[in-house]
Ligand binder design. Sequence first.
Ligand SMILES: CCCCCCCCCCC/C=C/C(=O)SCCNC(=O)CCNC(=O)[C@H](O)C(C)(C)COP(=O)(O)OP(=O)(O)OC[C@H]1O[C@@H](n2cnc3c(N)ncnc32)[C@H](O)[C@@H]1OP(=O)(O)O
Ligand SMILES: NC(=O)C1=CN([C@@H]2O[C@H](COP(=O)(O)OP(=O)(O)OC[C@H]3O[C@@H](n4cnc5c(N)ncnc54)[C@H](OP(=O)(O)O)[C@@H]3O)[C@@H](O)[C@H]2O)C=CC1
Length: 268
Amino acid sequence: MSLPETPPSMELFAPDLLAGETALVTGGGTGIGKELALAYADHGANVAIASRSMDHLEPVAEAIEDRGVEACATTVDVRDRDDVEAMLETVLAEVGDVSILVNNAGANFLCPAEELSANGWRSVVGTILDGTANCTFTVGEHLIDRGGGAIVSMGATNSVRGAPYHAHSGAGKAGVHNLMQTVAAEWARHGVRANTVAPGVIRTEGVMDVMGETVAEQVIDEDLAADRLGTPADCVPVTLFLSSPAAAYVTGAYYAVDGGQLLAPTPM
Ligand SMILES: CCCCCCCCCCC/C=C/C(=O)SCCNC(=O)CCNC(=O)[C@H](O)C(C)(C)COP(=O)(O)OP(=O)(O)OC[C@H]1O[C@@H](n2cnc3c(N)ncnc32)[C@H](O)[C@@H]1OP(=O)(O)O
Ligand SMILES: NC(=O)C1=CN([C@@H]2O[C@H](COP(=O)(O)OP(=O)(O)OC[C@H]3O[C@@H](n4cnc5c(N)ncnc54)[C@H](OP(=O)(O)O)[C@@H]3O)[C@@H](O)[C@H]2O)C=CC1
């Protein structure tokens, strides 16, 4: 038997949980980021989404507005600090004060460490770690100026348990985890909290392109106590919780959403 599906967040949390907040979700046009962006809107927050391509951002922005809150969609390459600063200016001009940052933009491909080119390393670590740092430092300064806020970064289970063919991704995600702990320590006195959500293997178009169905089946059989892959909906409740006043005393924490992937396999 598999672990059951996570219920929709509207069955778990108050509809006005995040009323009056504005969330900025990078990579908010696809996969986990899209699910999170819509959930923030469901719970009353205005939502800004940003990534390189407007093609998938626009329909999500429309779906956010359909929920009766304000939306902003803007392009950014998180690897570029100037671009990130321009993104924040656009968001502040269009939806005002940002109180929640979700560092969700990510990149990955599977590659044996000895075959990874310098550019291949840079493209993944640049997106995951430099991207998260660029957004955290830029938006973090705004959060400090406004007197507080919440940062949630999407880590990955490969940050605490290395995985084959994940040299670049695992190292980048380990850096993300550590960066969240550091800013949590530095910025608590400014009312800013920072936490990491670490998905295991979540069925999104992005990850299925990377791993394919055959590897996915192998991971389910050998690695997942849950006996199923995760879904973007599985990542929503813990991220909303960390963004909300319910997590007022939670900072520098690491929450795996992995169906037991980090548990040791059954020794039989
Ligand atoms: C064995 C299974 C173990 C299972 C363990 C499970 C652990 C789960 C943890 C999962 C962690 C994280 C998962 C995710 O992040 S899923 C989200 C994935 N989504 C995406 O990746 C979407 C975005 N993707 C991209 O933008 C691109 O795919 C890319 C990452 C490649 C970046 O594109 P960009 O345009 O910047 O880069 P280029 O195409 O120009 O390539 C740059 C260099 O990278 C080299 N490259 C690209 N793909 C590969 C490949 N498949 N193998 C080897 N090298 C690759 C490319 O050749 C360029 O380098 P060179 O110039 O030197 O050729
Ligand atoms: N799915 C999974 O199994 C797991 C996912 N994660 C993490 O969760 C997050 C979301 O994953 P998932 O939904 O699967 O990924 P997707 O592939 O669906 O989404 C990645 C998003 O990041 C955006 N993005 C990529 N590069 C950049 C860039 N340079 N600048 C701005 N935006 C960028 C993409 O948009 P665009 O192309 O428009 O730029 C896209 O919307 C990622 O951080 C990922 O590493 C962690 C562990 C497992």
